[in-house]
Ligand binder design. Sequence first.
Ligand code: GLN
Length: 495
Amino acid sequence: MSELNSLTLAEMRDALRAKKFSATELAEAHLKAIEKTNGHYNSYITITRSKALEMAKAADEKLAKGQGGLIEGVPVGVKDLFCTKDVLTTAASHILDGFVPQYESTITTKCWEQGGVMLGKTNLDEFAMGSANLTSYYGTVKSPWTKDGQPLVPGGSSGGSASAVAAHLAPVALGTDTGGSIRQPASFCGIVGIKPTYGRCSRWGVVAFASSLDQAGPITRTVRDSAIMLNVMCGHDPKDSTSVPMDVPDFEKALTGNIKGKKIGIPKEYRPDGMNTEILAMWDNGIKLLREAGAEIIDISLPHTKYALATYYIVAPAECSSNLARYDGVRYGLRVGAEDGLTSMYEKTRAAGFGKEVKRRIMIGTYVLSAGYYDAYYKKAQKVRWLIAEDFRKAYEKVDAILTPTAPSAAFGFDYKPSDPVEMYLNDVFTVPTSLAGLPGISIPGGLNKDGLPLGLQLIGKAFDEATVLNVAHALEQAIGFNAKPQALKMNDAA
Ligand code: GLN
């Protein structure tokens, strides 16, 4: 594989501006690598070769004149949950068969306006529901990390994006995070992923899963690259009523390397009984490094943390059941049984079009919203959600950011068979509180476990304070000095 692919996004951006290579060469290097390895990783559902080369050519013309945007000529993978004009958009679901949007999402529009070059649409869990990329209609995705030579899952739901970035098949891929879908796959794949504050990035043109939780964000290999991408992606969008009209600071400038006096909270509730000792050790090491860098470490309590998972798995399915009502065989994609009448067509289309996990969520959501159970489940969950947000609000009277592990385990293999669906939901235990509170959270690689697999550290910030999150994460990234490479990357080079 071309060495160009191993550069960071910042290095690519700078080298393109210095004309060390062209956007076309860079796009071609990535397309070749994707075409060579996609049969193995399956990280892309659609590869947009001709579009990529067209966009790269346009970027080269701008760069030649010393013009261009923040990421002029940089290749970008796009989670297949973002609507892209004239490009198949699947949400990894059978029910969206053949859906080609007539419009472009705000986030992807911003990427292209700033010079990004679209490589293709990356794989995901169906409708972004999952933690291992095992529910895609287009097949599972492999991480470039392996254990005893065996492939591992990349995490989910932005598993294709994370696998592609870790396998050097894109320097950045767009993700979405409803309950952890950017941070957990970043943790599994030894890379960086940030979920901005709810309202920072427009949701317009992003296929909706749970509208009060969904946020777009980048998956990259370094914190600096995520900062650059947030400069591209953030900002008010009048087309999304939940997007917040607030100034966006220059996030790259926030990376000062100085975190002296920053107060970092360590929540005791993130140390449940029986927690993986390697993850505890990795977390303790992160705490130590922050202290050495001049941060003040403060023990805090987020007392309602233990209710977060249950709350999330009521709120998210409730919203999903309502959002997914639109897939009825009339307006989008798949249509089955039209000859048998309207009601029968709805039933047959939805029965054939949705996978098992999506159906499970729709049923849970319909149940918790139903007249007899609304008060007992949905209303109660909303109240607990508020208590969880209050916990954070109180903690932020004392601290600037909070450090926790990202996930309760390292990536697992394809032989992993959870005894029931709730076991898979446990993957989200450290990421959903942040989502319910609408706060920004980043995952960076914290170290390796004894099997040589990456473990992630999560930094959670105050609302709209991504700048502090990025600054602390950047300082910690430098202190950790994580430079392990996924085992399968060597396979790619040899291929
Ligand atoms: N794993 C979580 C779920 O399945 C989170 C998904 C997401 O953030 N999109 O709901």
